[in-house]
Design a protein around this ligand. Structure first.
Ligand code: 3PG
Ligand code: MG
Length: 447
């Protein structure tokens, strides 16, 4: 079974968000309870290939592709800590780990397995054959098992060996339960969205979202734009945006979208603004305090699981003081300042548009501001809370992207207060754009 256990692992081997691991448990249990010997395979991160490294000549399979030999890289990108977390999550099962993913050593370990046992293989990307969709590497993987399952929606947009080439070699290839759930919800969004349909989009990269936006804009009732990308939209609309980052590469696309969907696109009317130097200071401050906190707890830095809270929302006194480094700006943003979050009136407007969506659909992708800093988290926090309210009022709510799950946690909104949280980031956007998903298409192909 291909899973996506590409999670954040700190220097202390602690796992950050384990949502992707937890979401595979129903399929793991389904298969093991029915007597499967379950072999799990995954990638982790993007380990740098060192093609120059020598490989053992006697190892036949390595004639076709190389394996990373550098111990430091292996340690950094090993799935061993994930195996540990998985065994903690499903304690009644026998979970073991093997430090390779193909070859005789792995086969020997599989031969020892009993029905209901689980074996996690080492990082597939230690072999160049994985990302090259190498046919020999695919064959090596395929010889390990009788049935293939894809339970890795979040990497199904990649035509890699374990996703595509290997799957192709099986007569029996199946979709995991979470993959099925992802496809059901995201297909509904893409092809037949429940109405009224509100799409909330944030974050900074317009490039990654153009495909999905192009596909969904004709279908949405409202598109609420926040995050750094909102300033490109505002700027294209002729609003002065000061020193806010503008994506000139996609400026023309944004201009056209604004013209065509003028009645649907909603842009922020006010902004939390600050200076570049203050933002830099706060970013450093936040990283530093987080490191200190980890040290105090006897942990090392783990840049991606920032639980440190500076201030939970902008304090009114700070915002009203004219000499302060942070202020609310209505309309245009003056030179020297940049927008870092949606303003208070925008929050109210967006929140009511989301939470008053009864029996409809709200999809949220990407934070509203620099939410890792407490001062600039108010917008994102309130969107998360409004999403929960819409859910309780009977709407279908769907959230995508890794950052957004982090934002939910910070807002203390539970995963159970959302209809569906997608495991995918890029995969979700690609799927919504109607792009090719090799990992899914191959499941439908007969041999
Ligand atoms: C992800 O985190 O988006 C998936 O695990 C895919 O990883 P990749 O972008 O490195 O292929
Ligand atoms: Mg990605």
């Amino acid at each position: 079974m291909r899973v996506d256990f590409n999670v954040t692992i700190g220097m202390d081997n602690e796992i950050g968000e384990d949502y992707r691991i937890r979401m595979t448990i129903p399929t793991i249990e389904y298969l093991t309870k029915r007597g499967a010997k379950l072999i799990l395979m995954s990638h982790l991160g993007r380990p740098k290939k060192n093609e120059e490294k020598e490989y053992k000549e006697e190892d036949k399979i390595q004639q076709y592709f190389t394996r990373i030999m550098d111990m430091e890289t292996i340690k950094q990108f090993s799935l061993a800590p994930v195996a540990k977390r998985l065994s903690e999550l499903i304690q009644m099962y026998n979970v073991s780990f093997i430090d390779d993913c193909i070859g005789p050593k792995v086969q020997k370990e599989i031969d020892k397995m009993n029905r209901g046992d689980i074996l996690l293989l080492e990082n597939l990307r230690f072999y160049s054959g994985e990302e090259l969709n190498d046919s020999n590497f695919s064959k090596e993987l395929a010889t390990l098992a009788d049935i293939y399952v894809n339970e890795a929606f979040s990497v199904s947009h990649r035509k890699h060996a374990s996703i595509y080439g290997t799957a192709r070699l099986f007569d029996k290839k199946l979709a995991g339960l979470n993959l099925k759930k992802e496809l059901e919800y995201l297909s509904m969004v893409k092809d037949d969205p429940v109405k009224p349909f509100v799409l909330v989009i944030g974050g900074s990269k317009i490039k990654d979202k153009i495909g999905a936006l192009g596909n969904l804009l004709p279908k949405v009732d409202k598109l609420l734009v926040g995050g750094a990308m909102a300033y490109t939209f505002l700027n294209a609309n002729g609003v002065k945006t000061g020193n806010s980052p503008i994506d000139y590469d996609h400026f023309q696309w944004v201009k056209k979208a604004l013209l065509k969907y003028n009645d649907k696109i909603v842009l922020p009317i006010d902004h939390i603004v600050t200076s570049q130097s203050f933002l830099k200071l706060k970013k450093e401050d936040s990283t530093l305090k987080e490191m200190k906190k980890k040290k105090k707890e006897g942990k090392q830095e783990n840049a991606n699981s920032s639980e440190f809270d500076l201030i939970s929302s902008p304090s009114p006194s700070l915002l009203s003081s004219p000499s302060s480094s942070v202020s609310v700006n209505k309309g245009s943003i003056q030179e020297g300042l940049l927008g870092v979050d949606i303003g208070i009136e925008t929050v109210q407007q967006y929140s009511s548009m989301i939470s008053q969506n009864r029996n409809g659909l709200v999809v949220w992708i990407g934070p509203m501001g620099v939410f890792e800093i407490g001062l600039f988290r108010n917008g994102t926090n309130n969107i998360a809370k409004s999403m929960a309210l819409a859910f309780w009022r009977g709407s279908k709510t769907i959230i995508g992207g890794g950052d957004t799950l982090e934002a939910l946690k910070k807002a203390e909104v539970s995963e159970l207060e959302v209809t569906h949280v997608s495991t995918g980031g890029s995969a979700t956007l690609k799927f919504l754009a109607g792009d090719e998903m090799p990992g899914i298409e191959i499941l439908n192909k007969m041999n």
